[in-house]
Write a protein that binds this ligand. Structure first.
Ligand code: NAD
Ligand code: UDP
Length: 325
């Protein structure tokens, strides 16, 4: 017997995180409507779900209002990799801001619960370490990352104003670097770059000296946190940091990938991109306390699973086309 069947909208549902979330929600017995404009999403990510009668796919841009009936909304639509979000920065800002407004207005009309995928980027290049949710951040408002960082900050503002003004049931998570199967091989983010480079025997491109740090969360852990947050009591709104507090330098990551793949790739250094944060690590005290959530997959284990995925993908011609495009 299926209990609590809910109709759930996932924007950005054909992307990396969104496709795993759609899968989990279907496993939980819900009906899922995936809305995506396929800017960075891929059909292959959700191909396995298309036969499920509780799954629907709609090509749509969230900057345009949407008229549908749902009980819950997860708003994930937005490119997450600096390479992609900087390609059309005006569209990135619009996706975050207009996308948030459209989803909030939809939720308000339907009296639905609404979740916003925010980011550790709201902390910018942090001067407080590790970052607790109470830290207001250090963002360059006119820099090349601002379309994303400030877009997400504005989305958070809109969420909290809709709650104060309309008593909307909101949920906000600040997601830290997440990785796993279904990242695009040409996504440009560090984990997918290093794994693909190592598997293809190409140079591993460290930007700068590689002393900058990140804290990498495996996708299954993150999805578990997102669902826990949506299912939490109405007075639990966040924002909640969601990430793995184990912190690594980019060089340590490169060495681990070389070790796990047995690759002969060389490490090379490229210039550090503008405004690249020097350190990043979540303080997850609040998520532990209020959601009972903590990541359980260590980086080595998560990387092994991700390497297996890319290894299989690289055997397919489609992926090679993407890489050579
Ligand atoms: P992704 O690029 O794989 O997925 C984003 C999805 O949104 C894609 O399917 C894309 O086609 C879709 N999209 C983009 N603009 C859209 C628009 N205007 N209308 C409809 N769909 C649109 O990225 P991801 O890693 O899956 O990230 C998902 C969400 O999580 C994003 O909001 C991102 O900001 C957030 N996030 C991710 C990370 C991470 O490490 N992966 C970290 C922090 C925050
Ligand atoms: N990075 C790198 N080589 C790459 C891609 C990224 O050294 O091929 C670095 C990047 O400069 C940053 C870190 O890895 O310091 C994480 O980059 P990513 O784009 O994955 O995420 P974000 O910067 O948004 O945290």
């Amino acid at each position: 017997m299926i209990k609590d069947r809910t109709r759930v909208l996932v924007t950005g549902g054909s992307g990396f995180i969104g496709s795993h979330l759609c899968e989990r929600l279907l496993e939980d017995g819900h009906e899922v409507l995936c809305v995506d404009n396929f800017f960075t999403g891929r059909r292959i990510n959700i191909e396995g779900l298309l036969d499920n009668r509780r799954f629907e796919l709609c090509r749509h841009d969230v900057t345009i209002p949407l008229c549908i009936e749902v009980d819950e909304i997860y708003n994930l639509a937005c490119p997450a990799s600096p390479v992609h979000y900087q390609r059309d920065p005006v569209q990135t800002a619009k996706t975050s801001v207009l996308g948030a407004i459209n989803m909030l207005e939809l939720a308000n009309r339907l009296k639905a619960k609404v979740f916003q995928a925010s980011t550790s980027e709201v902390y910018g290049d942090p001067t407080v370490h590790p970052q607790p949710e109470g830290y207001w951040g250090n963002v360059n408002p006119i820099g090349v990352r601002a379309c994303y960082d400030e877009g997400k900050r504005c989305a958070e503002t809109l969420f909290f104003d809709f709650w104060r003004q309309h008593q909307l049931r909101i949920k906000v998570a600040r997601i830290f670097n997440t990785y796993g199967p279904r990242m695009k091989p040409n996504d440009g983010r560090v984990v997918s770059n290093f794994i693909v480079q190592a598997l293809r025997g190409e140079d591993i491109t460290i930007y700068g000296e590689g002393q900058q740090t990140r804290s990498f969360c495996y996708i299954d852990d993150l999805v578990d946190g997102l669902v826990r947050l949506m299912n939490s009591p109405d007075d639990v709104r966040g924002p909640f940091n969601m990430g793995n507090p184990d912190e690594f330098t980019v060089r340590e990551l490169a060495e681990m990938v070389i070790d796990l793949t047995g690759s002969r790739s060389r490490i090379v250094h490229h210039p550090l991109p503008a405004d690249d944060p020097k350190q990043r690590r979540p303080d997850i005290t609040q998520s532990k306390k209020k959601l009972g959530w903590r990541p359980v997959v260590p980086l080595r284990t998560g990387l092994e699973r991700t390497i297996r995925y890319f290894d299989e993908q690289l055997a397919s011609g489609d992926v090679l086309e993407l890489l050579e495009a």
